[in-house]
Design a protein around this ligand. Sequence first.
Ligand code: AMP
Length: 106
Amino acid sequence: MSPEKSIFSKIIDREIPATFIHEDEKCIVINDINPKARVHLLIIPKKPIATLFDLTPDDKDVMGHMMLLLPQIAQSQGLDGFKTQINTGESGGQEVFHIHIHLLGQ
Ligand code: AMP
């Protein structure tokens, strides 16, 4: 049985709305619905990897892609500095089990 589709997969498939900042073949970037900073974006791979614990060597490309995208996206938002966060596992504060990088800037 396939696992339930994550809220982020539903956003990727346009089943629920979100404000898209960027999309390419590997990932999307959206506004966080509950921003903790003036700029609070989520970088989300299209591949539904649940947590950092679930990464395999096959995921190096998409993870590297998202890391390279972070400073470009930050600059496109007028930021000259930013914070990133990846919550991992329930005890790590993760609520949505589809890997995402928080990008926060003031
Ligand atoms: P985490 O605790 O790292 O799993 O963070 C999940 C993040 O997803 C939180 O910051 C939520 O505000 C955000 N979030 C949940 N649902 C949505 C949504 N429909 N659109 C945008 N962001 C969302």
